[in-house]
Structure formats: C-alpha cells, structure tokens
Design a protein around this ligand. Structure first.
Ligand code: F6P
Length: 348
C-alpha cells in the first residue's frame, strides 16, 4: 500500500544525512510506491507545518553532498505548550502515514515520545559525529569526522615539528570521547584527554616534560571539548557561555586555548591550540559514511513498508537491523574503560 512519508533531520548536521534521505527515497518510491516529503529544519518543520515534496530527481545528485538538503534545528517540540499534540495534529493534517527522523539522542528522544505517547509512526536512523548513541555499533557521520581529526593531526604534526611546539587540538564530541580517541590515535597524538576521565593538568605537563627530556622536539595533544579538569574540590568542564539549548545542553568549547596556556606555563615549551569545530562536521562524507547511510535509508524505508514503527535502524556487526527507539533514549554511549586504558600505551 502506498504511503505518504515525511523525512526530517534534527540536531547538528552530520555527513551522511543526504545519503540516508537518498537511500530512503529511492527504495520507498521504487519498491513501495511511497510518496516522500521533506519536513524542513527538524522538528520545527512539523510544529510549523513546513514540508516540501521529495522526488527521485531531488535526491539523485546528492550522493556526495554533506549537510542536509532539508535543513536542521535543535527544536524540541516538547518545549512548546502542547507541542506533542500540535505535532500529532499537523502530522494528520499533512496527511502523513509515517516519519523518518534522522538524528542523535535528542531527535530520537522526541521521535520515541511522539511514537509512544501520541501514536505518531516513526522510524529513526542514528546520526551524530559524536558517535554516542546507544543501540548501534556506530553512528553515521562519525567516520567522516574522525578522518577530519586524523588529517588535522597529520597537518599539525609538520608545523609543530618545524617550530618545536606543543599543539593542542580541541575536538568536538560533547560528553563522549569517541572522536578524540579514534582521531587522536589515528593521528598519532601523544596525549589524549577524554571527557570520560578527568585529568590533572600538572600530570599532563609532567608527561610532556618527560617526552621533551627524551629528546622529542614537539608534542601533539588531543583534547575533547568536554574533557574535565581535575581540581582538589572536584572536576569541571569548559563552556563557551551559560546558555543551554532546548534539550538542556551547554555549549562546550574553549578547553584548547586554556590547555595551551597552562601547559606552556608549566613546561616552558611554546604551545599553540587549534579548535577543529565545525570543520569536523561540514563537507563531503567519506565513502564509508555514504555507503553506511545509504543502507540505513533503504532499511528505514523497509521498516515503514513493514509498519515496524517505533524503531531505529542501526549497525550491529556488519548488518543493518531495527531496534526499539527506546534504545536511543537510554542516555549516551561513552568510551569504555578498557579502550581508555588501551590508548595510554601511547602516552609518554
Ligand atoms: O552533537 C554534535 C556536535 O557537533 C557536538 O560535537 C558539538 O558539541 C555540538 O554539536 C555543537 O553544536 P552547534 O553546532 O549547535 O554549536
């Protein structure tokens, strides 16, 4: 039976969003005779009934494009009075049969709430460069992002070596260190600081001094934006300001600059910092992310054809399988202790 399907992309953009859309539209139209509509700017589009038709012609040529052709936002409909009921009403008035929502913990949390409390048929796919969504072995966007981090280290190594400097690289990822860990190890960082384990700045400085004493003329430090300083009275993260978004997140950032200053002071070694920021998210997806995302899009259309709603299509081993959306609402998936310990063999 033909269905009218809306697709939306929520939260921070990630490489692979367009490829999921493309996979779903091709599969849905060619195999199931679905009609597709793009809901603009995440959940805001559903709240405001902003929707455009999506045809194969619209997605044919976007296999190499980053970002999202549908726009994104961090709108939480449940922050609007009666937001859930408005979404349900708009869903019905737009004549939709199902929604594919592409996003991270926040977008999936809304999808799950709309499904479980308002009976809106939703199917999700796990997007985030942070790679912190539970229920999947990997999120799309992550592979591209870690390659960006690795390339940054490859470039920064040559300039750090030329100038005999410490280079501190601030990596996104919020409260999960996946990007810093994988990008940092791949890029050969000497010190890797993750949100999962608070660090003592004096200990970090000592390790760098040891490295210098051993004859190394430069050093590379990978620091997660959400890494925590250890103080006598506790731990602290560095935020850009006191603002929080509609999902209660603070804006992280600034740790790179502070670290460079503090490490230079403690080691006497010239230190600079680089904030990778949105360079990690923007631009064309890697081949892996294009392929992975395409498979997710195809699988999402299949779930809708099977009316297997309230699910998220994920990667388990090398298979794409559906799991309950509830899985995604179980907090964030952080780097486990064994991997943190493993990476320490590279420290001075
Ligand atoms: O969740 C993805 C992410 O890129 C985080 O790594 C980062 O902290 C955040 O989004 C930045 O959000 P924004 O683009 O809204 O500043």
């Amino acid at each position: 039976m033909s269905k009218k399907v809306g697709i939306l992309t929520g939260g921070g953009d990630a490489p692979g969003l367009n490829q999921v859309i493309r996979g779903a539209v091709y599969r849905g139209i060619k195999h199931y005779n679905f009609e597709f509509f793009g809901i603009l700017d995440g959940w805001r589009g559903l709240l405001e009934k902003q929707m455009v038709p999506l045809t194969i012609d619209d997605v044919r040529d976007i296999s190499g494009e980053g970002g999202t052709i549908l726009g994104s936002s961090r709108t939480n409909p449940f922050k609007t009075e009666d937001g859930g009921a408005i979404c349900k009403k708009n869903f019905e008035e737009l004549g939709l049969d199902a929604i594919i929502s592409l996003g991270g913990e926040d977008t999936m949390g809304v999808a799950y709430q709309l499904f479980s409390e308002y009976e809106v048929p939703t199917v999700g796919a796990p997007k985030t460069i942070d790679n912190d969504l539970p229920g999947t072995d990997q999120c799309f966007g992550f592979d591209t992002a870690i390659n960006r981090v690795m390339e940054a280290f490859d470039r920064l190594r040559t300039t750090a070596r030329s100038h005999h400097r410490i280079l501190v690289v601030e990596v996104m990822g919020r409260h999960a260190g996946w990007m810093t860990l994988v990008g940092g190890v791949a890029g050969g960082a000497d010190i890797i600081l993750l949100p999962e384990e608070a660090f003592d700045i004096d200990e970090v400085a000592e390790k760098l001094k040891k490295l210098r004493e051993e004859g190394r003329k430069y050093a590379l430090v990978a620091a997660s934006e959400g890494a925590k300083f250890k103080f006598a009275e506790g731990t602290d993260i560095i935020t850009q300001d006191a603002q929080i978004d509609e999902f209660g997140h603070v804006r992280l950032g600034g740790i790179g600059k502070i670290l460079a200053k503090e490490l230079q002071k403690r080691t006497g070694w010239e230190a600079r910092h680089v904030v990778l920021g949105h360079l990690q998210r923007g631009g064309a997806p890697s081949a892996f992310d294009r392929w992975f995302s395409t498979r997710l899009g195809i699988a999402a259309a299949d779930q809708i054809a099977n009316e297997n709603y309230g699910t998220m299509v994920v990667l388990k081993g090398s298979e794409i399988v559906p799991v309950s959306l509830q899985e995604a609402a179980k907090g964030i998936r952080t780097v486990p202790e064994d991997l943190i310990n493993m990476m320490k063999i590279f420290e001075p």
